[in-house]
Design a protein around this ligand. Sequence first.
Ligand code: NAD
Length: 337
Amino acid sequence: ASPNHPIRATLFPGDGIGPEIANSVKQVFNTAEVPIEWEEHYVGDKVDPRTESFLTWESLESVRRNGVGLKGPMATPIGKGHRSLNLTLRKELGLYANVRPCYSLEGYKTRYDDVNLVTIRENTEGEYSGLEHQVVRGVVESLKVITRQASLRVAEYAFYYAKAHGRQRVSAIHKANIMRKTDGLFLKCCREVAEKYPEINYEEVIIDNCCMMLVKNPALFDVLVMPNLYGDIISDLCAGLVGGLGLTPSCNIGEGGIALAEAVHGSAPDIAGKNLANPTALLLSGVMMLRHLKLHDKADQIHNAIIKTIAEGRYRTADLGGSSTTSEFTKAICDHL
Ligand code: NAD
């Protein structure tokens, strides 16, 4: 990639605070002269029959073609006859792993200053299979589906990630003492993959114990891999350890090497349109996307500018106890670049 031959990437500004924080990303990337050309796609106002959702087929094709994208939060309109936007992306693009690094930000004091872990969440099955029904009045069932294929795929990714990022240990999080068959199969798959990576320490931690250990001493963990629901909960817990939703990035890994980075938070309707949102989570998601593209220099540059701005403390958004607007904070980052 070069300024004359930029990489094309899809950008979904999304809803609520999405467009404001996406603007911030565009501004920071421009200032850092990142060789990326955005293909912007918006959520439509009518259902596209080809996707059964407000996301058009063209939007999905854009991600498939580019192989890489950045996504703001999306609020699924309530009503019948369409699929959730996030579910559509996950299913159509086969986004099977959600990777969420959580690390203490230098200069932003929380209860812990030595968190440096990554949660890897299986993203396609488990309790999120959408198979719920009523057996008789007053009795309902929800099916938790665990397959060998999806478990192996996410375990492979977790070990690959650990190795590629110089990490020492992978912990599989489970409740196999109770969910013998489902979590049992998940663990079996993790063990199989672990055998192929003798240089990486492998351990199994029961989810309840994991929660206790995480709040007592998060530095005990390195890479954590887990089924869908545990991943949903544990990854938010970990976000809380380092300062909350305004700070934590994530990246979804899909079939054929697709990477769709996104902030962890939602559309924050309470502060949307007020120039108050913290763009850090989406910016750091953008940094994850740059690393995926091996644009490490640009990633480091932007990462450092964000950290410096937050550490200085002169410009911080309200969620971090400051009084800066989104644009003031963004400008401070650009000045550091
Ligand atoms: P939310 O994350 O939007 O908001 C929770 C709280 O955190 C709010 O007080 C909000 O102001 C604050 N917050 C979130 N991001 C912030 C930021 N960048 N800077 C400062 N403050 C921030 O969660 P919610 O209210 O439960 O959900 C709102 C909508 O977002 C819903 O429609 C939901 O479905 C959607 N949502 C989408 C995604 C996604 O697209 N990945 C994820 C979660 C929720």
